[in-house]
Design a protein around this ligand. Structure first.
Ligand code: FES
Length: 63
């Protein structure tokens, strides 16, 4: 993994819950294939709900 990839993965996607991109990618890899599943697995998008577009973007890149 390059340094820039590592930095990217540490990026906080959901500031309300402090969920990182790496955490979201992890649960997608474990089979969370929609927003609901990612929410319940990480807690992301359970606050202000403004990060849903970012989560969906990660999901679309992972599939
Ligand atoms: S930034 Fe994710 S719920 Fe607020």
């Amino acid at each position: 993994m390059s340094d820039s990839q590592a930095i990217q993965q540490e990026k906080i996607i959901c500031t309300c819950t402090g969920t990182t991109q790496a955490k979201i990618e992890q649960v997608i890899a474990k089979g969370a294939d929609n927003l609901d599943k990612i929410e319940s697995a990480t807690g992301a998008n359970t606050g202000c709900k403004s990060c849903d577009v970012l989560i969906l973007e990660i999901l679309s890149k992972a599939n």
